[in-house]
Design a protein around this ligand. Sequence first.
Ligand code: PEP
Length: 256
Amino acid sequence: MRTPLIIGNWKMHKTVAEAVAYVTAFLPRVAQVTDVEIGIAPVFTALSSVATAAKGSTLRVLAQDVATEGPTGAFTGEVAAEMLREVGCYGVIVGHSERRRYYGETDAIVAAKVRRTLDAQLLPVACVGETLDEREAGTALTVVERQLRAIAGTLTPDEAPRIVLAYEPVWAIGTGRAATPEVAQAMHRHLRATWEECFDAPAAAALRILYGGSVTADNIAAFTSLPDVDGALVGGASLAPDGFAQLIQRSQVASA
Ligand code: PEP
């Protein structure tokens, strides 16, 4: 039984004050939700305050990125995984397509970040996904499988249960053009089958794979009702506490 997980990725939005006000408004709206794990990923500067505001609740706080190095060192501008844990983080989004695309993160860099995240006892939410060109060229499965195998290659078999994957087709992120349920299910099934090749059948059965890309309160149910989709990574639709709470409630109805 895989507990559904829904994470809001706020990207570069919200001041500390706005982030804390969000949490204060959001928590009562999801207080009755018990069978979905919920996370939010604020900017670095808001992590500590958000973690404090979330204390005593089940809300998970995640960072949006982490250094490849650590726990300390001469790496100007970077934040080590241990430092994220110190301020109350539960996990880290690693290898988001915006990091791969705008900041040159390669499969090797993403794998190193997964490694550092695990070494600091945090949960990596590792993102994979193909571009529109790759999908149109018919290479989506092979591209995403390559990204996945780079991540799997950094893990020992006993670490396989300590990671969450997010399939986020690049062409669906922030575009309002979500993948169809058929496309998402086919990719998630392929990722699970690849995980079984990398590890074993129990590891594949336990792996949580989130879908991300233009998920809203209106379409969440179409994804969470799929057999190989175990939740969502949500960008724009996580920015307002009312809307994100509604999205989470609707996901629950779908998986009930
Ligand atoms: C994301 O940022 O990971 C994402 C999926 O964004 P959006 O939901 O806005 O498409």
